[in-house]
Each structure stands twice: as structure tokens, then as C-alpha cells.
Design a protein around this ligand. Structure first.
Ligand code: F6R
Length: 258
């Protein structure tokens, strides 16, 4: 696992965009996340689209997860969120942006359909955030490390964390979601996890330096042959091997991509 420590959230976003840009230029299948952390990365990608002719026309985008029971056009559905935060500002056609179908009477079938779609898609790069409890996607603690796309119940802490998107009202946050599983996420060619702020310091320490454990679903990155974790100083505060990560980062061979 590569751990890149950057001074602040802006530098994390810039580093993430540097890593994602070649995948965009190659017209790859990209896995994207919602939540607050990737927003700065999306802004940087949009800037590059406008100012540096970074074109998304040949890309496809696959979302990590979706609430169950919200209409797709609900402003807090993840399908609507990625449109607002990224895709309506770049040149990717809507028909090339995919999410699990959370607005369905048959979520079991919707999960299986999305898993099959992802099997065919071969995602090259998956961008991830991490929950304070170590979740990625909505794979809450105790998720199977080999799980497929499926229905999950949110942890009460995640409901409380996400209430900020629903006027602060936990009762309005859907409690069930469809999420790519940890096995699904692991099939992507390159996992790029971004984390910023002190509230993520324990999760970052656990995922990078703790044991591989379903109690910290993000620790599954330890099994992946190409995982890059980009954190700011605040999110890196709990890491023990801080100095080693800086040293390893500085030894990178010229022209060698992350
Ligand atoms: C969102 C997602 C979640 C978030 C995580 C962190 O698609 O899959 O795992 O990445 O909850 O969210 P923020 O970035 O808002 O702290």
C-alpha cells in the first residue's frame, strides 16, 4: 500500500487528480464515490476539463453505492449527487454513468444486476473515501472481506454522520443501502483512497497499520496489489510509520506512476 501524506485537503485533491487523470485520458471505466471528501478532487478534475482539455467522453463511471428507497432524482440520491458534483460539469454522457438501482421493489435483483454489470465493466481505478468507523462504500464493520454488491443496513453512526445531508434529521436518512461489496471493490485495478481531517485519523491508522479485519472494512486494501492512500496531516496523525511513508514517497523513481 502506498501512503502519501500531503499538507492539506487541497494538496490531497491535487494528488488524487494527478493519479486519476491518466485513467480519464485513457477512456477507462472509473469507479467514483460520493461523500464530502472526494468533492475537492472532483473540482480539480472539472478545472482540468475546462482549462486543460481533460475529456471524459470515452470514460464510463460506476458509483459505489446508493440509498434504498430514494427516487433517483432525489437530490440526496447518490446518482443525483455525482451528477451535481462531477458529471454535469464534464463531457461524459449520462448514459455512461451507472449506479445501483435504489428505487426498486426488488433490491436483491438490483444488487445482482449491478454486480454482473461491474463484472463486465472491469473498473480500472476506484476512488474511495473512508467512514470514521472504517467503512468503504457502505460496507460497515463485520462486512465479509469477499462480499459482492448487496443490501446493507447502515450503522447508527453512519446514519448520524449522514444526517447533515438531510437537514440534520436522522429520521430522513434511509437506513438501507445497496453497496458494492469488498470483493467487488477489490476487482478494480487501482484503489485510491482519500481521507482528510482529524475525524479520520483512527480509521486511517486502522486501515493501514492495523490487522486485516472485518471490523475495519477498509483494511481490505492491505490485500490489494495496487492501493494508494492519500491523506492530509490531520488524517495521518495516528500513523506510526509516518517517517517511513515520507521517505518511501521521496524515493519514487522519476516517471514511475503511483
Ligand atoms: C460514499 C461512500 C462512503 C464515504 C464515507 C466517507 O459513496 O461510499 O464510504 O466515502 O462515508 O464520507 P465523507 O467523505 O463524507 O467523510
Amino acid at each position: 500500500m502506498e501512503i502519501l501524506i500531503r499538507p492539506d485537503a487541497a494538496a490531497v485533491a491535487c494528488q488524487a487528480a494527478d493519479i486519476i487523470e491518466p485513467y480519464v485520458r485513457a477512456g477507462a471505466a472509473l469507479g467514483m464515490a460520493t461523500g464530502s471528501t472526494p468533492v475537492a478532487t472532483y473540482r480539480e478534475l472539472i478545472r482540468r476539463h475546462r482549462e486543460e482539455s481533460l475529456n471524459f467522453r470515452r470514460c464510463s463511471i460506476y458509483m459505489l453505492d446508493e440509498y434504498l428507497g430514494l427516487p433517483a432524482d432525489h437530490e440526496q440520491s447518490y446518482a443525483a449527487t455525482i451528477r451535481r458534483e462531477l458529471t454535469e460539469h464534464v463531457d461524459i454522457p449520462d448514459r455512461q454513468v451507472f449506479s445501483p438501482n435504489g428505487n426498486t421493489t426488488d433490491p436483491v435483483a438490483a444488487a445482482a444486476d449491478y454486480e454482473n454489470q461491474l463484472l463486465r465493466a472491469r473498473v480500472s481505478m476506484q476512488l474511495l473515501g473512508v467512514g470514521a468507523n472504517g467503512h468503504i462504500g457502505f460496507n460497515e464493520p463485520t462486512s465479509s472481506l469477499n462480499s459482492p454488491t448487496r443490501i446493507k443496513a447502515l450503522h447508527p453512526q453512519t446514519v448520524a454522520d449522514n444526517a447533515r445531508f438531510f437537514d440534520g434529521r436522522e429520521d430522513l436518512v434511509p437506513k438501507l443501502v445497496l453497496t458494492q461489496g469488498l470483493g467487488t471493490i477489490q476487482r478494480a485495478g487501482h484503489l485510491v483512497l482519500v481521507a482528510t481531517g482529524a475525524a479520520k485519523a483512527d480509521a486511517v491508522a486502522a486501515l493501514a497499520e492495523g490487522p486485516l479485519s472485518a471490523m475495519c472494512p477498509a483494511s481490505v486494501l492491505q490485500l490489494h496489489p495496487h492501493a494508494t492512500v492519500i491523506v492530509d496531516e490531520a488524517a495521518a496523525a495516528g500513523l506510526k510509520l509516518h517517517e517511513y511513508y515520507r521517505f518511501a514517497d521521496a524515493q519514487k523513481l522519476p516517471g514511475q506512476g503511483y
